[in-house]
Design a protein around this ligand. Structure first.
Ligand SMILES: *Cc1c(COP(=O)(O)O)cnc(C)c1O
Length: 359
């Protein structure tokens, strides 16, 4: 990674150049889709996905509440309303197709799904509902680079897939994101929208392909730099190996956590293959989560929470979500344990022992 970034600096071409093209080609090949666009982060990708699909004021997009706030914010950026749907169960924290269908109104335009912790949503059911009602499907793949369903990469099962390369994701460029799609109409929109709605790029003009440009839409500057792309190219090569290591750690966790009374480990059964982004558990009923987290912290074990449901944030007070009992229960009892590719079996056992003592 260091050599790759250094060579960009020595080349003196710092943005939207040949590394970006190489990274996009590599990511398109990796996911098996026709088009990939590198962008500044996954939130930008989600914004452009909603925008390119023509979603706007008066429209509704169905989305899980048990996700990072960016999934819902991107819907609000285009003036549309996020309509929150329940998860499937205490052991499958992906969006419920049954609840999606219940939440459809004449204003619904799209379904925005999240492959929570890297585990595939029930895309077959979601695609069928979308087709029946003429809705688009956006996949938030921030947790799931490298995961598959029916031998197809997540991100290619809906109309558009959005990936994150933030520092804590399975592969990283520090900040960064990628949009993938098989739809040529959306690809044309993404190409312009990420760069001010301009019809030609600096590299085209440098190569003498164009002297000028038109601006054909209200676009943004959501571009990625060559340094980020160089980092991404190297990280992508290592992603499959890292995901395999994560998978092994999760198997160790399942073995040692299975014997802790009252703990629920979600996704032991799941569809397709996972990217194993995080290791969430449900604490036993009645366990005091802050106390457990503090006790683990005292042993040098960092934990976190994925997620406080979005509809409970003050910025979403105008988007009430009745009947979200399961999401709220999980939001109140979920605890995310450490998980990273280099984690050893001994470290997994230390975490499990710490959790047992804390409980
Ligand atoms: C991290 C994350 C995002 C946002 O990604 P950025 O690249 O930081 O913008 C969106 N959705 C989910 C589910 C995430 O985990």
């Amino acid at each position: 990674e260091i050599r790759a970034v250094e060579s960009v600096l020595r080349s003196r071409w710092l943005t939207m150049g040949e590394r970006i093209q190489e990274f996009e080609r590599a990511f398109a090949d990796f996911t098996g889709c026709r088009h990939a666009f590198a962008v500044s982060n996954c939130t930008a990708a989600l914004h452009l996905a909603n925008m390119a699909l023509g979603i706007g004021p008066g429209d509704e997009v169905i989305v899980p509440s048990l996700t990072f706030v960016a999934t819902a914010n991107a819907i609000r950026y285009v003036g549309a309303k996020p309509v929150f749907a329940e998860v499937i169960s205490e052991t499958d924290w992906t969006i419920s197709p049954v609840d999606i269908e219940r939440k459809i109104t004449p204003r619904t335009r799209a379904i925005s799904v999240v492959h929570y912790a890297g585990f595939p949503c029930d895309m077959e059911a979601i695609r069928a509902i979308a087709d029946k009602h003429g809705l688009a499907v956006i996949e938030d793949c921030a947790h799931s680079p490298g995961a598959t369903l029916a031998n197809r990469a997540l991100g290619t099962l809906g109309d558009v897939g959005c990936f994150s390369f933030f520092s804590n994701k399975n592969m990283t460029t520090g900040e960064g994101g990628m949009i993938v799609t098989d739809r040529d109409d959306l690809a044309a929109a993404f190409r312009g929208l990420r760069s001010h709605g301009m019809t030609t790029m600096t590299l085209d003009r440098h190569k003498g392909h164009a002297f000028t440009y038109d601006v054909t839409a209200l676009g943004y500057n959501y571009r990625m730099t060559e340094m980020h792309a160089a980092l991404g190219i190297e990280q992508l090569k290592r992603l499959p190996g890292w995901n395999a290591q994560r998978s092994e750690c999760v198997a160790w966790y399942r073995a040692v956590l299975g014997v802790l009374p009252g703990i629920i480990v979600p996704f032991i059964e799941h569809r397709g293959t996972s990217a194993y982004h995080i290791m969430p558990v449900l604490l036993p009923l009645g366990a005091d989560r802050p106390t457990v987290m503090e006790a683990l912290r005292a042993r040098g074990i960092q934990t976190s929470i994925h997620y406080r449901p979005i509809h409970t944030f003050s910025a979403f007070a105008n988007e009430p979500a009745p009947g979200m009992d399961l999401t709220e229960t999980i939001g109140a009892r979920a605890l995310t344990l450490p998980l990273f590719p280099a984690m050893t079996r001994a470290q997994v056992e230390t975490v499990a022992a710490g959790l047992r003592a804390a409980l």
